[in-house]
Design a protein around this ligand. Structure first.
Ligand code: AFP
Length: 324
């Protein structure tokens, strides 16, 4: 499977990508550092758990006023330290840091990350993860996601896994007993059609009419306008719902709603929606803000939120039609 760096393990994938040019070499070095950091974070979660108080609220808040859990900060520290050793990384932007952290003045790439996605699940033994985006430093942080050189996310679950793309096919890897990420031999492609949606249905009374109508029609099942029954899943960790959708299809919705502070949804454009959208499009799916492709949006600020709907291409189109 030699096409476009589909190799047997992460080390060989990264060596192959590095040969594609200086920006890819820089991105490959950043991903190698992130894989080392993720291996440490996975170890923390798997072996320390409650003993280390990973889910303990620290009484501090991040840039957006979200309370920080111990593991949020520990993961951020591990990632910042790992990237600090990579000369090619000019700066690091994190959900847990107000501003971008300068690392190496001559670096050619920027790494943006949600170091610990799914914080509300930390002490419930539910899958959580790390999301990352690698951008050309020349463009600064507020550049459209279509400029990404690479992006991916780790899932710390029953398996520790990585989905990554350098602009070509999405590669799925699993952390093995030997401490290496090996290729899972799975042609990552999101099925075009699905009968499974992911949304936090407890927010139903706050939904705008297009979302309410779309979900209502899914719930009406085979006797309704969709003519078939739908299933629902909601893990509460983007990386876990995301992995499932890459595996078997589906549509994920975190739309804007009428709650205070949710006028642009909950998820952040730069280090959550953009990396996920980069992978989704590379795997044949679609990712929109409700109407426009996520990757075409220019972030207004480092921590800008954006409504996010992604997954099976035909179902995303179906949803978009409710808003037109
Ligand atoms: P936390 O990291 O604060 O738990 O947020 C996780 C997340 O950003 C994303 O991973 C989930 O899909 C979404 O929020 C869950 O949001 P709700 O808790 O509102 O369902």
């Amino acid at each position: 499977r030699g096409e476009r760096c589909l190799m047997s393990n992460l080390s060989s994938v990264l060596a192959c990508e590095a040969a594609r040019g200086p920006l890819h070499a820089a991105a490959a070095a950043a991903v190698a550092a992130l894989a080392g950091a993720a291996t440490s974070i996975a170890g923390l979660i798997r072996h320390q758990g409650d003993a280390a108080g990973l889910g303990a609220v620290r009484g501090t808040e991040n840039a957006d006023g979200d309370t920080q859990k111990a593991l949020d900060v520990m993961a951020d520290d591990i990632i910042a330290s790992a990237l600090g050793k990579v000369d090619a990384v000019a700066s690091y932007l994190s959900e847990e840091q107000d501003a971008a952290i300068p690392l190496h003045a001559g670096g050619s790439v920027i790494v943006a990350s949600d170091p610990l996605d799914g914080s509300s699940n930390i002490d419930t033994n539910v899958s959580i993860g790390t999301i990352f985006s690698v951008l050309p430093a020349a463009g600064g942080v507020l550049q459209p996601g279509r400029n990404q050189i690479a992006a991916g996310f780790f899932v710390y679950g029953p398996q520790t896994t990585l989905l990554v793309s350098f602009g070509g096919p999405v590669i799925a890897l699993q952390l093995g007993e030997n401490g290496q990420f090996h290729d899972m031999g799975w042609q990552v492609r999101i099925p075009d059609v699905t009968s499974e949606f992911a949304i936090n249905a407890s927010n139903q009374r706050h939904w705008h009419k297009d979302v309410a109508a779309y979900i209502g029609d899914c719930l009406a099942g085979k006797d309704g306008p969709r003519g078939r029954n739908f299933n629902m899943r909601w893990v509460g960790s983007l990386v876990a719902d995301g992995w499932r959708i890459f595996r078997r299809g589906g549509i994920f919705l975190y739309p804007a709603d009428r709650r205070e502070g949710y006028g642009a949804g909950r998820l952040r454009l730069v280090y959550e929606a953009n990396p996920v959208a980069f992978l989704v499009e590379a795997a044949g799916g679609k990712a929109i803000d409700g109407a426009v492709p996520i990757l075409d949006l220019a972030p207004a600020d480092l921590h800008a939120r954006v409504p996010l709907v992604f997954g099976s291409a035909k179902e995303v189109d179906e949803f978009a039609a409710y808003g037109s």
